[in-house]
Design a protein around this ligand. Structure first.
Ligand SMILES: C[C@](O)(CO)[C@H](O)COP(=O)(O)OP(=O)(O)OC[C@H]1O[C@@H](n2ccc(N)nc2=O)[C@H](O)[C@@H]1O
Ligand SMILES: Nc1ncnc2c1ncn2[C@@H]1O[C@H](COP(=O)(O)OP(=O)(O)OP(=O)(O)O)[C@@H](O)[C@H]1O
Length: 284
C-alpha cells in the first residue's frame, strides 16, 4: 500500500540581522558572530515514505542544481545512512526562495528534510545529532534545525537563543548571484572585527562585515541598497545578494514594495523568532 503524502513542511528564509567576521580558522572557514532571525517567507516541502530505499526529488530546481548537489537529497541520504533506515522517500518542493541570495534557502531545505524525515521515518535522532549531520551540509543548517532566532558563533553552529523584535522586512532581491565561497575568499574582506559579548552586540548598531565589499563588487547590490535606504534602515543579509529594510508596520513596507523598480524583485515578510517548521512538527 502506498503511504500518504505528508504535506506542507515549511523551510523559512533567514536574515542575518548583524554579521561580524572575527577570524579565520586553519581549515579556511571563518569565525562569525551573527544574529539569525527567520521570516515567514518559505519554501514548502512534501514527503512520502516509501518501502524501497530510493530517495527521489520532484522539483523544477533540477535545471539549476544537479540532484547530486541538491542539499535536500544530500540531507535525506545522510539521515538514511546514519540511521541505517531501510526505506526511502519521495520529496516534492515548491521553491519560492531565491538561490544564493543570502537567505539560507538551501540550508533551510536541508534542515526541513532532516527534521521531517526523522519524524516520518521514526528514526528518533535528537536535534543535536540532526544539527551535527546538518553542519556537514552547510554552516547555516543547525540554526534552522534549532528553530529559534539565535545569536551564533563559531561558523554558525554555536547557538544561543534570543528574542529580537519581530519587525516587518522588505527584502529586495537584486538581479545578481553572489557566491558565498567567492566572498569569503576575497583578500580585502575584513576578518578581524573584535569579538564582543552578546549584551554589547545587541546594544550597538547592527551591520554586516561583508556588505562594503559586496556593494563595491556588485553594482546591482549597491543599487538595491541605495533604493531601499530611502524607505527604511537597510542592510545586506549573509554574503548577499539580498538586502532588507526594516519597518514597524507592514503597510509602509508594502507601499515601498509597490514602487520597486522592474529590474529588481522583492517581498514583504515578518520576522519570526520561532520557525514555522517547529509548528509543523508539533502537528504530527
Ligand atoms: C555567511 C552565512 O550566510 C551566514 O549566515 C553562512 O555562514 C554561509 O553558510 P552556507 O551558505 O551554508 O555556507 P557553506 O555552504 O557552509 O560554505 C560555503 C563556503 O563559504 C566559506 N565559508 C562559509 C561559512 C563560514 N563561516 N566561513 C567560510 O569561509 C567556505 O569557503 C565554504 O566553502
Ligand atoms: N535545495 C537547494 N536550494 C537552494 N540551493 C541549493 C539547494 N541545494 C543545493 N543548492 C546550492 O547551494 C547554493 C546556495 O544556496 P542558498 O540558497 O542556500 O544560498 P544562500 O541563500 O546564499 O545561503 P547562505 O545565506 O547560507 O549563504 C545554490 O547556489 C545552489 O547551487
Amino acid at each position: 500500500m502506498t503511504a500518504p503524502i505528508s504535506k506542507g513542511w515549511p523551510a523559512p528564509a533567514k536574515l542575518n540581522l548583524f554579521l561580524h567576521i572575527t577570524g579565520q580558522r586553519a581549515d579556511g572557514y571563518h569565525d562569525l558572530q551573527t544574529l539569525f532571525q527567520f521570516v515567514d517567507h518559505c519554501d514548502v516541502l512534501d514527503f512520502r515514505v516509501t518501502e524501497q530505499s530510493e530517495i527521489t526529488l520532484h522539483s523544477s530546481m533540477s535545471q539549476f542544481v544537479a540532484d547530486s548537489d541538491n542539499l535536500i537529497l544530500k540531507a535525506a541520504k545522510s539521515l538514511q545512512q546514519t540511521t541505517n533506515y531501510v526505506g526511502g522517500a519521495e520529496i516534492w518542493i515548491d521553491k519560492l526562495l531565491p538561490m544564493g541570495g543570502g537567505l539560507g534557502g538551501g540550508s533551510s531545505n536541508a534542515a526541513t528534510t532532516l527534521v521531517a524525515l526523522n519524524a516520518l521515518w521514526n528514526t528518533q535522532l535528537s536535534n543535536e545529532k540532526l544539527a551535527e549531520i546538518g553542519l556537514t551540509l552547510g554552516a547555516d543548517v543547525p540554526v534552522f534545525i534549532n528553530g529559534y532566532a539565535a545569536f551564533a558563533e563559531g561558523v554558525g553552529e554555536k547557538l544561543h537563543n534570543v528574542n529580537p523584535h519581530e519587525f516587518y522586512y522588505l527584502v529586495v532581491v537584486p538581479p545578481v548571484h553572489v557566491s558565498t565561497q567567492a566572498v569569503f575568499q576575497e583578500p580585502e574582506l575584513p576578518r578581524q572585527t573584535p569579538k564582543l559579548d552578546l549584551q554589547s552586540l545587541m546594544q550597538q548598531p547592527w551591520s554586516n562585515d561583508c556588505q562594503s565589499l559586496v556593494v563595491n563588487r556588485y553594482p546591482q547590490v549597491a543599487n538595491a541598497l541605495d533604493w531601499l535606504v530611502e524607505y527604511a534602515p537597510s542592510q545586506m543579509t549573509g554574503t548577499g545578494a539580498c538586502v532588507f529594510g526594516k519597518f514597524e508596520q507592514s503597510q509602509p513596507a508594502f507601499d515601498a514594495l509597490a514602487k520597486l523598480p522592474d529590474s529588481m524583485q522583492g517581498f514583504v515578510a515578518k520576522g519570526l523568532n520561532r520557525s514555522p517548521l517547529l509548528e509543523r512538527l508539533s502537528q504530527l
